[in-house]
Structures are given as C-alpha cells and as structure tokens.
Design a protein around this ligand. Structure first.
Ligand code: PRT
Ligand code: MG
Length: 217
C-alpha cells in the first residue's frame, strides 16, 4: 500500500449514486455495487483509491479522525457534527433538499409562536433545531428521534418536527404541512485537514475534477 493511498467515505443510496458521476469525471470507477455486495470496503479501477461505505451521519467522523481521507456528506449532517478537523472545499450540489419545520394540518404554528407558547420539537437534528428556535426566541422542549419523525405530531409526541423535505410527498401522506424553511441542503466534499497537506499531490486532481463536474449544479 503506497503512502498516497486514498480512502473515500460515502453512504449508500443517494449520496453514493450521485457521487459516482463525479468520480467518473476524475477517472475513478467503483468496481463493486454496495447495494448488491455486503462489503464495506469497495475497490476502484485505481489500486490507490478505495471507497468505504458508512452511515450518512458517520461520514464526518471517519474523515475527522483520518480513517478516511475525504468523504461526501449533507450540510444537515455537517451542521450537526460541527465540522471539527474537516476542510470543506466544494459544495457538490447533489442530494439537494431543505431543512424545514412541519406541523399537523390544523396546528396553528404562527399563533403558537406569536403567543410565546413553549413548543415540543421532535427531530434527529437537535443542534439545527436548537439554533433555529433560539434565533427566533422560541422556547422549546427537544425530543431526540432517530427516524420516522413524521409520526411524532400524529400521535401527540410533539407539536412540530424539524426534518428534511424534498418533494413534500412524505409530509402530505402523513397530513403534515411545512410551515418554515430553515436552510437549503446539498452535499459537500469534506477532506481531512492533515491528508490535505500530506496527500496533496494525489488529492488535488480529484478535487479539481469534482469541482469542474459539479459546476452549475
Ligand atoms: O437512512 P439513514 O438513517 O442511514 O441515514 P440518512 O437518512 O441520513 O441517509 P440518506 O442516504 O437517506 O440521506 C443522505 C443525505 O441525503 C442526507 O443527509 C441529506 O443531506 C440528503 N437528502 C436529500 C435527503 C433527502 N434529500 C430526503 N428527502 N435525506 C433524507 N430525505 C428523507 C427525509 O428525511 C424524509 O423522510 O426523505 C423524506 C422526505 O422526502 P420527500 O421527497 O417525501 O419530501
Ligand atoms: Mg434515510
């Protein structure tokens, strides 16, 4: 294994799929399909480049500690992680969606906020929710969930949820409405700060190819 070996951290699903064309632009072809194989380390046509498959929310952690030299993660995930030890050179413009506040149809969010009501907020994105409601001067009780946030208001666990919205189909199917957009989300390339210096020669052409391929997205 050469000292210029590169490890790229990706999550399965939309991030893997939308990163593939960027890798192709850099001349890198992943030779195995993570949806078919159970392998967590995937080879590429370049013997010095490998891809590791991790949970979306774990990508920044692998890159921060140098277990991966670089990775692709959503702004939602990076905001919750905080970005320590990461260099974030490129917004790739992939896996786009938005972070929003949603409530049950019939819940009068505007009035609750205006009257200074204390809101129960269920979310996986506790840091994002904390900062958003603090900036509005709204007091909240945070309820941490790990998935299926849409259920929380329907069964009385919370008044509102903070979640990602893309088409809005999931909200509609569950009788929820978006009442506030918190931020636009897309995925960024993240690079380990030490790797950026030590493996610059190997990384630079890949970063440039990613940048070119994601221009205008
Ligand atoms: O699934 P897992 O628990 O392993 O992790 P994850 O959900 O974080 O991973 P994944 O692969 O689903 O998402 C990876 C990244 O894709 C996220 O971190 C976002 O930056 C980005 N992304 C883009 C999305 C969406 N669009 C999206 N629509 N992530 C999740 N969703 C979900 C959303 O949470 C909601 O449940 O899709 C549902 C809403 O979609 P619509 O189209 O019905 O509005
Ligand atoms: Mg998911």
């Amino acid at each position: 294994m050469s000292s210029q070996q590169l490890t790229l951290a990706l999550s399965k699903g939309r991030i893997f799929e939308e990163t593939l064309p960027l890798l192709e632009a850099a001349g890198i072809h992943v030779t195995e399909d993570p949806e078919k194989s159970r392998k967590l380390i995937l080879a590429t046509n370049d013997p010095d480049v490998r891809v590791i498959i991790v949970r979306a929310s774990d990508v920044p952690t692998y890159v921060q500690y140098g277990a991966a030299d670089f990775g692709v993660a959503g702004k939602d995930v990076l905001f919750e992680h905080g970005g320590a030890g990461l260099y974030q050179p490129i917004d790739l413009g992939i896996a786009k969606c938005r972070m929003s506040v949603a409530v049950s149809v019939g819940f009068d969010y505007a009035t609750a906020v205006r009257q200074g009501a204390r809101l129960r907020v269920a979310t996986k994105y506790t840091e994002t929710a904390r900062q958003h409601f603090a900036s509005k001067g709204v007091h909240i009780d945070l309820i941490k969930l790990y998935g299926s946030m849409e259920l929380a208001p329907l069964v009385g666990l919370s008044d509102v949820i903070v979640d990602l919205v893309s088409t809005g189909n999931t909200l509609r199917a569950n009788n929820l409405v978006e009442v506030e957009e918190i931020m636009d989300i897309s995925s960024r390339l993240v690079v380990n700060q030490a790797a950026l210096k030590l493996k610059r020669e190997r990384l630079q052409p890949i970063l440039q190819a990613f940048e070119r391929a994601s221009e205008g997205k």
